[in-house]
Write a protein that binds this ligand. Structure first.
Ligand code: GLA
Length: 577
């Protein structure tokens, strides 16, 4: 059987998948004058850019805002420019935030998007609220939102006009005046779009508004919305508190999926006060199933994305409130450590994403991209948890706990996500006394070059449990581990085991031209190795003194000739503890 060079398929960073582009963006594209510079990274640096680069990515806005990803509401995904976007809606959402417990769950900002203004400024160059949508003006709405203990956000564009075809005024060239007007109205959050930017350098445009907001003296969260066009993750951390990484989301599965795949590789750029923004939530808008909406909410949370509700909660069903109000999932998003989750593995639509949490736990998303149910597995070690005798797994959608020796596994429905929070369990039991087969004992770590590692059978093909009896040099073994190079299996031995022993060799199913080397590691020391073994040999005895080790790792390398056909057996593998 032929094996691939690697089982991993992780989305490439910085690809521009144009999934989920809505009509609105198409409109933007028509109205936007493209920036003078072509591909990101090739444009000449403005002074600001150069200063930003010289200062390094560790520079952050020193205002202490958005230490966790902003949470709240924005009307755009629900209403676009339609007439139901008005003061009644905004006030109604604020009421619901309070009545339905969403405010208590952390939702704070009630934000309005494009189409709130009249197309023309007044004689003094000031922005004028649309008197039909906002008959009492914007300040009255902001006051109402504030009276509920919530905060208020507004929208404009870093261009001459916003994105809507009606041609509402943008703030390019009016930064100081508009920022002051927003501050006077009591605005707490500005989303600053990218349409009609006249080709002016993005860093220059967005920095200008940052400085104008700062000059007002009012704390205002600053959301940069240039759709990831100028790689904002490289320069925006000291310009805004969050930056869109993609084009517009829309209320369908392929949009959510495409955006997720673009945003995941950007994890290293996110942190307190500076977040990747994969766009606002579609949960509750009707274009996806509840399973898909739970995946959307789970993945946005594990990516530490802003959680801006984008559906009209005045007509929302209970399932929508249950998803958006899941406080255990919200706690993942809002974790104070501020790490964006990273991809542990992605194979055949089975995604494992892990997020380090402030308390030392990990949140693990087992996400099934495919259209049929799949079992998805990882281990505590693989998601970055320390070796331990056991782990507590909390299912954040079922709200149930279970214990595990280190395996993190679930049957996940099509397009579904199982979200676990996993803690090492300090009280978990010691290693079993006496001699124990490795295949009868829980491992905390398992990495395998081809399909999952198997207990008491060979690896076989890629699905779990499809191996044959362990067979080396014609001899068959009832017990042992079937693995495939390169890989390792880790056991938590807690200084209580003395020896490890096995008969090791290439499984006969490898067909004659594989080669593999076996190694036993006690903590960080290699304590036994087989040398390179090939198919023409019977199993070799391998034993190691593992006394005093916290962990023992059984490692297989490819023997130096690539990983093809490297089906390796740890036959009769056993610990004496
Ligand atoms: C752009 C933005 C959207 C929305 C619209 C409003 O498309 O990316 O989020 O604000 O403009 O016109």
């Amino acid at each position: 059987m032929r094996n691939p060079p690697s089982g991993r398929r992780v989305a490439r960073p910085y690809t521009r998948v144009l999934t989920g582009i809505t009509g609105a963006v198409a409109v933007c594209a028509v109205l936007t004058v493209p920036t003078a510079a072509a591909p990101p990274g090739t444009q000449p640096q403005s002074e600001t850019t150069a200063a930003t680069a010289a200062a390094g990515p560790e520079v952050r806005l020193p205002d202490g805002l958005a230490q966790t990803p902003p949470m709240g509401f924005n009307n755009w995904n629900s209403t676009h420019c339609r007439a139901e976007f008005d003061h009644e809606m905004v006030k109604g959402i604020a009421d619901i935030f309070v009545e339905k417990g969403l405010k208590d769950a952390g939702y704070e900002y009630v934000n309005i998007d494009d189409c709130w203004a009249l197309p023309e400024r007044d004689a003094n160059g000031k922005l004028v609220p649309d008197p039909v949508r906002f008959p009492d003006g914007i300040k009255a709405v902001a006051d109402y939102v504030h009276s509920k203990g919530l905060k208020f956000g507004i929208y404009t564009s870093a261009g001459t006009k916003t994105c809507n075809q009606a041609g509402f005024p943008g703030s390019l060239g009016h930064e100081e005046s508009d920022a002051q007007q927003f501050a006077d109205w009591g605005v707490d959050y500005l989303k600053y779009d990218n349409c009609n930017n006249q080709g002016v350098d993005a860093v220059e445009r967005y920095t200008k508004m940052r400085d104008a907001l700062k000059a007002t003296g009012r704390p205002i969260v600053y959301s940069i919305c240039e759709w990831g066009e100028n790689d904002p993750w490289e320069w925006a951390a000291d310009v805004g508190h969050l930056w869109r990484t993609t084009g517009d989301i829309s209320d369908n599965w392929s949009s959510v999926l495409g955006i997720m795949k673009q945003n995941l590789p950007l994890a290293e750029h996110a942190g307190p006060g500076h977040w990747n923004d994969p766009d606002m939530l579609e949960v509750g808008n009707g274009g996806m199933t509840d399973t898909e909406y739970r995946t959307h909410f789970s993945m946005w949370s594990i990516m530490a994305a802003p959680l801006l509700i984008g559906s009209d909660l005045r007509g929302a069903d209970e399932a929508t409130f249950e998803i958006l109000g899941n406080e255990e999932v919200i706690a993942v998003d809002q974790d104070p450590l501020g790490k964006q989750g990273t991809v542990v593995s992605s194979e055949d639509g089975r995604w494992v994403v892990s997020k380090e949490m402030a308390d030392g736990s990990r949140t693990v998303a087992l996400f099934n991209e495919s259209g049929s149910p799949q079992e998805i597995s990882t281990t505590a070690g693989e998601v970055g948890l320390p070796a331990a005798g056991g782990y507590r797994l909390r299912d954040l959608w079922q709200h149930q706990d279970r214990d595990s020796g280190g395996e993190i596994t679930a049957a996940v429905p099509a397009h579904g996500t199982v979200l676990y929070r996993v803690w090492p369990d300090a009280d978990a039991g010691s290693p079993p006394a006496g001699t124990t087969f490795a295949s009868d004992w829980e491992w905390y770590l398992a990495r395998n070059g081809w399909g999952p590692a198997e207990r008491d059978t060979s690896v076989g093909e890629r699905p779990a449990g499809d191996g044959a009896p362990l067979t080396v040099g014609g001899e068959t073994y009832a017990k042992g581990l079937g693995v495939h190079a390169p890989g390792e299996i880790g056991y938590y031995t807690a200084e209580e085991c003395e020896t490890f022993a096995a008969d090791v060799g290439l499984d006969d199913e490898s067909g004659g031209d594989g080669s593999v080397a076996f190694e036993v590691w006690a903590d960080d020391a290699k304590v036994a190795e087989s040398g390179v073994l090939t198919n023409d040999r019977p199993a070799q005895p391998l034993s190691a003194d593992v006394g005093g080790a916290q962990t023992v790792r059984l490692v297989v390398t490819d023997g130096g000739d690539g990983i093809d056909h490297d089906h390796a057996d740890w036959a009769d593998a056993r610990f004496t503890c």
